[in-house]
Design a protein around this ligand. Structure first.
Ligand code: ZN
Length: 142
């Protein structure tokens, strides 16, 4: 599950810099990198570009709401990798998080024809027993 999702949604999500993000997900916590100087949240950036002093390192993995709204979506019917065909179709969604960043993920639990821009969504943690990972999928808020 994780490799399929990784390949099709966010190829660079397993970068070493964001290991804390994945560790938090295992505890069902949605954390974003936050600048402790100006309070801006980032995904996936790990250093705030607003400060030019050398050695700036005032970032933390901040607990967030795990909520946002639909910014855009696309229904995927075909993919190049044959290993993921059985999972089709699925809905890729760009979530505008309450804290600001745009987060690409997969939507679960709602039909694509019911979706609209601005619809509220929240993280839906999916624990993957085989890999020991937890995926940050999203679902619409009832
Ligand atoms: Zn900053």
């Amino acid at each position: 599950m994780s490799s399929r999702w990784q390949e099709t949604v966010v190829p660079d999500m397993l970068d070493n810099d964001i290991v804390p993000f994945w560790d938090a997900l295992k505890k069902h916590e949605f954390r974003l990198n936050r600048c402790t100087r100006c309070g801006t949240h980032y995904w996936p950036m790990t250093l705030c570009p607003k400060h030019e002093d050398n050695g700036f390192d005032e970032m933390e993995w901040s607990l967030t709401s795990g909520r946002g709204k639909i910014f855009a979506w696309e229904v995927v019917h075909r993919v190049k990798n044959p290993a993921i065909k059985w999972d089709l179709p699925y809905t890729l969604v760009l979530v505008e998080l309450d804290e600001g960043p745009i987060f690409p993920t997969r939507l679960v639990g709602n039909r694509p024809d019911n979706l609209r821009v601005g619809m509220p969504v929240e993280v839906a943690y999916e624990d993957v027993v085989e890999t020991g990972m937890t995926l940050p999928l999203f679902k619409t808020v009832e």
